[in-house]
Ligand binder design. Structure first.
Ligand code: ADP
Ligand code: MG
Length: 606
């Protein structure tokens, strides 16, 4: 561990300032974009940049949805279409102001995205991509077949934008408007991702089990970002309609939906600036190739499609995280400035009195097909007590954990937490009541820092949502969350590793991180599934010390562990399982003397 600490300390020292490109890059980009229209740049390039901006908006949505949260949508073009058609139809037919129809378009987009998201995001796997394909196709044919929308000819004669009698439809002014939206959305997303809600969103890509155990409502967050992504697309559609002055179904079909995804993947799906890079590269390449390739080949045709096909295969093979990730990895990153010293402590829950029964497990049962993995197991834990749950591999310990914490549904029996029945509740509701856990197979977000991962544990103790984050009204609460995360990390002896990427940690450190994360939830009951696996002797001793001090504070701990030294050392009471059944229970001394226990262990692995 010391080697890891010193090497990371060394890299941190050299990276202390971060790279100039990372710090000033966005501002240089903004400055360039801002002076461009005043320079003698040909209109061709201004128009090109308008299109890049129009593409970047739906692609930004995909960065959030696909790159960060791992949800694939082919439907962005369809949402662009809703924004475009709404404003085109209403401004042409009713004479409403485009500044009003923007919001009507956003409302229609938001409602349809909410309905699609709420239905399909409940289901795991490929339902969302398939549903977005179906949605994109049906909307395309709807746009193409409705008389009111002009069928495949679309709607002509859409007005340009104007404000206070001033024409925005002019190229260079319109260019400014588009990029104000793009840069504004980019900064909003960057702020969102670096917040309590953002950390929850970043935890979605690796399955919902851990996030739910931290009390995060994963469905709500998924639907939320699906709607947000659709709204960005809708704004693009609104701009598009007033720029082109006409709409027809072709730019909103499934082909464009795929192209948006391609831009996101090429640019670097998990990076906000990758959206702009991806849109820019695709748009410029596409135009150049459209001219160049027929000349080279000698006959007309959409050869650029073939080149893009090859390009995407190459990108997926050699740069699976996209171009921006490739650059991003090479830019030193400055550690987050520690600005939370002296932050007010987060509110804490009322703790059970010493000796109070915290957890009652009564005859719980779990059947997997024909296998009775947990067979009528009963035990209880009290405040200020460490209960060990031991038994050979496959005895049913982790399954028991999952029954208690609501990850699995019981086949029988009941679980009471502080007197209330909790079986049948989803795991985030159980977490809310003060039960927090670690996982046998460590579950963390490798690309987040140690500090951010641990702050995830305090999710339920904060309240600031995505809008507060985008408007930067969450500073005080963020400081409280990080102060708590740092405190818990120091407690488990990881105070030196705050800014390390969690994925770089050794296994033992990852386990300690999970304990700190669980402690951040301010639990009354802590469930640890094999916390000492992968820890060295010194680290195990330190862990035992942490467990004892937690017990002294009145914490109730349920410990599944294979290291008998640790179990016998710290536990007050031990429950032994074998083949899903309750073999015996008692004090460490009683368990050590038990012939039955010895036979159980001798009979299997030892
Ligand atoms: P332990 O944690 O004590 O090593 P587990 O609780 O992981 O044991 O597993 C108990 C038994 O249940 C094992 O035989 C295992 O193969 C089985 N089991 C665990 N989870 C599942 C599952 N999701 N589906 C089917 N069988 C399972
Ligand atoms: Mg296990």
């Amino acid at each position: 561990m010391s080697a890891v600490i010193s090497s990371s300390a060394a890299t941190q020292a050299s990276e202390a300032k971060g790279s100039p490109l990372r710090r000033f890059g966005p501002w240089v980009l903004i400055a360039l974009l801002a002076v461009l229209p005043f320079l003698p740049v040909p209109d061709f390039w201004i128009i090109q940049l308008i299109y890049i901006g129009l593409y970047a908006l739906p692609v930004l949505g995909l960065v959030l949805l696909t790159g960060v949260a791992g949800l694939t949508s082919f439907g962005q073009a369809a949402f662009v279409g809703i924004g475009a058609y709404t404003t085109a139809y209403l401004t042409v037919n009713t004479g409403l102001s485009p500044w009003l129809t923007l919001f009507i378009g956003l409302a229609l987009t938001g409602i349809s995205a909410f309905v699609i998201g709420a239905i399909t995001l409940r289901m795991s796997g490929h339902y969302l991509p398939l549903a977005t394909i179906a949605w994109a196709l049906s909307l395309y044919y709807l746009m193409g077949n409705l008389d009111a929308l002009g069928k495949y000819d679309g709607i002509l004669g859409v007005k340009g934008l104007s404000a206070f009698g001033f024409e925005i439809g002019q190229r260079r002014v319109f260019y400014g408007l588009v990029w104000v939206f793009v840069i504004g959305a980019s900064f909003a997303l960057i702020r969102l991702l670096d917040s309590r809600s953002g950390r929850a969103i970043r935890s979605l890509a690796r399955g919902s089990q851990m996030a739910e155990a931290m009390g995060i409502d994963t469905l709500r967050h998924k639907v939320g970002i699906f709607v947000l992504a659709a709204l960005l697309a809708s704004v693009s559609g609104w701009l598009f309609a007033h720029f082109q002055r006409t709409v027809n179904p072709s730019p909103f079909g499934i082909k464009m939906g795929i192209e948006y995804l391609f831009m996101a993947v090429l640019g670097g799906a998990a990076h906000v600036w990758g959206a702009i890079a991806g849109s820019g590269i695709v748009k410029v390449l596409e135009d150049q190739l459209q001219v160049l390739l027929p000349k080279l080949i000698g006959t007309a045709g959409s050869y650029e499609v073939i080149v893009f096909g090859i390009l995407i295969v190459l990108v997926l093979k050699y740069l699976p995280d996209g171009l921006w990730a490739f650059i991003d990895r090479r830019l030193p990153r400055a550690p987050r400035p520690v600005d939370w010293q002296g932050a007010a402590p987060l509110p804490a829950r009322a703790k059970p009195a010493a000796g109070e029964v915290v957890l009652q497990v009564k005859a719980v049962r779990k059947v997997f097909g024909g296998l009775v993995a947990v067979n009528d197991i009963s035990f209880e834990t009290r405040a200020g007590q460490i209960v060990g749950l031991i038994g050979p591999n496959g005895a049913g310990k982790s399954t028991t954990f999952n029954l208690v914490t609501g990850v699995l549904r019981l086949s029988g029996g009941e679980v009471r937490f502080r007197g209330q029945r909790v079986d049948g509740l989803p795991s985030r509701k159980i977490a809310q009541q003060g039960m927090s856990r670690t996982f046998q197979h460590v579950k963390l977000v490798p690309e987040m820092t140690v500090l951010e991962n641990v702050a995830l544990g305090a999710h339920l103790r904060g309240h600031r949502g995505p809008i507060a984050a985008m408007a930067r009204l969450n500073g005080a609460e963020e400081r409280q969350l990080f102060a708590e995360a740092q405190r818990q990390l120091q407690r488990v002896g990881m105070g030196e590793l705050l800014h390390e990427q969690a994925g770089n940690l050794a296994m033992g450190q990852q386990r300690l991180l999970e304990i700190a994360r669980a402690l951040c939830a301010d639990p009354a009951l802590l469930l640890l599934d094999e916390p000492a696996a992968g820890l060295r002797h010194k680290e195990k001793q330190a862990l035992a010390e942490v467990l004892r001090s937690l017990r002294a504070e009145g914490m109730s701990i349920l410990l599944v562990e294979h290291d008998m030294g640790l179990v016998m050392d710290v536990c007050d009471h031990i429950v032994v399982m074998e083949f899903g059944t309750h073999l015996m229970e008692g004090t460490p001394a009683q368990v050590q003397q038990s012939e039955k226990v010895r036979a159980a262990y001798l009979g299997t692995e030892h």
